[in-house]
Design a protein around this ligand. Sequence first.
Ligand SMILES: Cc1ncc(COP(=O)(O)O)c(C=O)c1O
Length: 429
Amino acid sequence: MSTKTWTWHTSPNGITTPARDRRTGKVAAIVTPDLPPLKSTEDGPPLPAVFRSPFPATTQSDKARRIMVRPVLDFRSDTATRPSPAMRQAMAEAPVGDDVFDEDPTINRLEETVAALLGKEAAIFVPSGTMSNQIGIRIHCKQGDEVICESNCHVYNYEQAGFAQLGGVVARTVPGVNGVLHVDQLRELIRPDNCHFVRTRLVSLENTHNRGGGKVWPYEQLADVCEWAHENGLATHLDGARLWNASIATGISMADWAKHFDTVSVCFSKGLGAPVGSALVGTKKHIAEADRHRKLFGGGMRQAGVIAAGALYGVEHNFQRLAEDHFNAKRLADGIRQIPGLKLVPDEVDTNLVIFQIDPRLEPAAEFVARLKEQGLIAGSFGRNNVRLVTHLDVTTADVDAALAILRRVCAADLRELPPSAAAKTAYA
Ligand SMILES: Cc1ncc(COP(=O)(O)O)c(C=O)c1O
């Protein structure tokens, strides 16, 4: 039987306390001051605090539980939000039926609401943005077809190229500026009708652009690309996981963005704060086809009105408030601009995603992010020197200020620790 013991303490700023294995010194869990300290265990390391609410659900209000299980400052993604008590109540009370038979009244209401909001004939509720995008591509392309997309887009980079694995479709990627393309980059890309070539069928865009730092497409530029695509017999699909943010940031309605596309995917589980779900919208014919593909991919759900109710609640209550996330992201960006060793990319923050590069002395990004986590700030990293922070429903302006304090502290400590000679050799681009 193991007799390991674990230690923790509350830091002066009261934000975080790494629990460490006394013997190895390794961080085992992050403990918030709200939580009672973890006890030493006899059968292995304790679970991270986030999984260890000591209060049974029945004896704590949702609000209290939400606060209690909040681990640290989680800026990794807007997918990190937890359903609020009111959202949970809506979910608990949702009327349900079997959605594979189109008999779930809550899902039907969600689909009608979203189709109307995006100015399309129909919508279909699916479990994830990935499924929604892949069904969208599949509707327009068959084996041996090609989709044109931006090099850093989600459908190509983060969905295992499902269109290739599941549908025999190939992608032609085009580098954009923060995810945004110009129609002139595409004009020569349509393959000739010749037995040597795949068939160019679809243009897929992303707005806002995730790897582009939440960039909102300039409206006319997006309209030009779609107009060109349609004039040339290509279909258009939009990965609008965060189209909500684009709409709030610009004042351009969801329908005005969506009207340029044959199909649009939107997510409820990001800025809108729902725990699950996305929708694909388009013509009735497209969505009838999508229904078949959803079943094929295993996404036909039964009494899923309980989760659709969370999505509906998000659309009805959390859409307008995205402006707060944008305000917080701009505040975060303003602070980051002042921190030696950090550089925003892009410099302007349009919505709720903030990406910055770190000075080579702070690299690699994965280790930098691990140091932030020890201080209580959870961030995302990609590549050697990119870090991403995302503002969302569960991040307050005070959290932004706390995050900035941690960034300042970690950067100052790390830059100081390097010998001046080594520091002098590194060029910061
Ligand atoms: C732009 C974009 N599209 C699609 C997705 C996929 O959504 P899901 O995680 O629900 O599959 C994400 C997820 O982060 C995203 O950022």
